[in-house]
Design a protein around this ligand. Structure first.
Ligand SMILES: [Cu+2]
Length: 348
């Protein structure tokens, strides 16, 4: 397992390590307006692969990110379960799940205090199952995910100050599908509605407020984020995914002009599904049960930012690996294993 994880990480490095664009020379007037030290500080403003960050007035950024997440090992709470344990109560149990995501984003700063951010993505999911009959089968779903539009506003900062507080607010639009279907163990039964974790979108408009603190030193940066995802009402299938609470602290060090490793601790708490999709029978498989959706997880993330130099100035590549230190699930549910992310960003 570890070897295949390593291969995947190297694959990510390869995929994201090929920036195809040449950055244009930055606007000389803007550059002149910034002192060298201030410029350096701007550079080390955090952006772990998808970490929210801000831009200076008039600056644009486009980016791409790939992520892969692997889930296996059943559990209830923090206690591990075997497939046989789960099959004592259900007809079918999931045994593994993989999620991949391609994400594209655009950022623009109309002023030094305000940065706007739009994000769209494509997701691919697959889930392996074991039925009480001994039959094994895999379901798959893929599609465009929910589009998010975000604003980041400085509540507190002095220009190039070491401490900043940023208010974040985003709206997530229900562009991702909640009607994904696939064949189950018995293909003769035709296409069936897939369970909550296999759907691509939330189906609801979601409000995502948050606060960010950023501290910057000469060669390092640190900070914390708080984010909430609040579902506004129920979707057309009469449910809402659980609300999400996220908190993280991070530290980043600029080793040299092109390399900045970072470390992050991230806590995520997700609530259960509210309401229910009546086409999903909870007794069939635990993923169909609205009360077996939530979890709490603490992740350790390690990664690095690589700032390209010379003609590729303005391009950044980020690589990140993450593993849970703690997780408790409203089970039976699969536990998260490794997560890998690779991204490319170009600011101009
Ligand atoms: Cu950006």
């Amino acid at each position: 397992m570890r070897a295949s994880a390593l291969k995947l990480f190297l694959y990510c490095c390869f995929v994201v390590g090929t920036p195809f664009y040449c950055a244009e020379a930055s606007d000389e007037q803007d550059l002149a307006a910034l002192e060298l030290e201030a410029l350096l500080r701007e550079k080390i403003i955090p952006s772990n692969v998808l970490g929210t960050h801000t831009h200076m007035k008039g600056e644009w950024m486009i980016g791409y990110q790939y992520s892969f997440m692997d889930m296996k090992q059943l559990a209830d709470g923090t206690q591990k379960l075997s497939p046989a344990d789960v099959l004592a109560d259900f007809n079918v149990t999931p045994t593994a799940m993989q999620m991949q995501m391609h994400m594209f984003h655009v950022m623009y700063a109309p002023s030094d205090d305000l940065t706007l951010f739009a994000m769209a993505g494509y997701q691919m999911k697959s889930m392996d199952h074991l039925a009480f009959t001994g039959a094994e089968f895999t379901t798959r779903s893929n599609g465009f995910s929910d589009v998010k539009i975000r604003g980041l506003y400085h509540l507190y900062r002095k220009r190039f100050d070491a401490h900043r507080v940023i208010f974040k607010a985003a709206i997530s639009l229900p562009t991702g599908s909640i009607t994904k279907q696939d064949f189950l163990a018995n293909a003769a039964m035709g296409l069936r509605q897939l369970p909550y974790p296999m759907q691509i979108g939330s189906g609801t408009y979601d409000l995502i407020p948050g606060l960010k603190y950023v501290g910057t030193g000469d060669k390092n940066a640190w900070g914390a984020d708080l984010d909430l995802t609040l579902r506004l009402g129920k979707n057309k299938n009469d449910y809402a995914l659980g609300n999400i609470f996220e908190a993280n602290i991070w530290y980043r060090h600029q080793l040299n002009p092109w390399l900045a490793p970072f470390l992050q601790l991230k806590y995520t708490a997700v609530g259960n599904v509210n309401g229910a999709d009546t086409s999903l029978m909870p007794v069939a498989v635990p993923t169909n049960d609205p009360a077996r959706y939530g979890y709490r997880r603490l992740n350790l993330q390690v990664g690095m930012n690589i700032f390209l130099q010379g003609a590729l100035e303005g391009n950044k590549i980020a690589l990140e690996a993450s593993q849970p230190l703690y997780q408790s699930v409203n089970g039976p549910q699969l536990r998260a294993q490794w997560l890998f992310r690779g991204g490319w960003q170009w600011a101009f």
